[in-house]
Design a protein around this ligand. Structure first.
Ligand code: C5P
Length: 213
């Protein structure tokens, strides 16, 4: 079973995807980490002509086993990730890694922006996670604070909004809910309630499918 979990920055899709992976015992890939790794690798060429070429080079050499969520979690790396994510050649270079992961025997859970539309349009279940931007900012602030990072909420809110705008307008992205995606608004839900709601959607969809022999 392939489960695609898409949604905007800090919508809780990563936590939800990890929860679904644990519940259904599937491997999980947070595809945002790929873009974050590329953004970080190209960071020192920011504001130079070499930025795009370095981002493409980094995307061609990215290694799934080297992705460290702790080291890549900052809001600044998130903004860099959204800047390299508009480069078509970066998306192309990252496609195969994600597609191969989705096609692992037994299935997988992937979260990102374009999983249901581009990476795994054939996913068995597609979830599109939403939450209002203030709730998303507060969640991300608490995540960062739990890691000991001092947070300026005003700046974080604007970083999230900036990223949302860039992602929505990404000419090379597929950042919209797939036609067959199930929308889940988690603004009012805590992690457990969101996971219960997601499991109910997945079980509901799978119950309508013929078993595969
Ligand atoms: O999910 P996360 O916030 O870690 O993603 C960082 C950035 O990477 C996003 O803002 C988006 O620009 C980009 N991204 C993408 N496609 C994906 C996953 C992430 O364009 N599948």
């Amino acid at each position: 079973m392939i489960i695609a979990v898409d949604g905007p920055a800090a919508s809780g899709k990563g936590t939800l995807a990890a929860g679904l992976a644990g519940y259904y015992r599937l491997p999980h890939l947070d595809t945002g980490l790929l873009y974050r790794a590329v953004g970080r690798a190209a960071a020192r060429f920011d504001n130079t002509e070499a930025f795009e070429a370095e981002a493409i080079r980094a995307a061609q050499h990215v290694n799934l086993d080297d992705l460290n969520p702790e080291a890549l979690g900052s809001a600044e790396i998130g903004v860099l990730a959204s800047r390299v994510a508009v480069i078509g050649a970066v998306r192309e270079a990252l496609f195969d890694h994600q597609r191969r992961f989705a096609l692992r025997p037994g299935g997988a859970v992937l979260d990102g922006r374009d999983i249901g539309t581009t990476i795994a349009p054939d996913a068995d279940v597609k979830l599109f996670i939403e939450a209002d931007s203030r709730a998303r900012m507060e969640r991300r602030a608490r995540q960062l604070e739990a890691r000991g990072v001092a947070v300026d909420r005003y700046q974080l809110f604007h970083q999230i909004e900036e990223r949302d705008a860039r992602d929505r307008l990404n000419p090379n992205g597929g950042f919209f809910p797939a036609a067959d995606a199930h929308l889940l608004d988690t603004t009012q839900l805590d992690i457990e309630a969101a996971l219960r709601a997601a499991v109910a959607i997945v079980d509901g969809v799978m119950a309508t499918k013929a078993p595969r022999f």
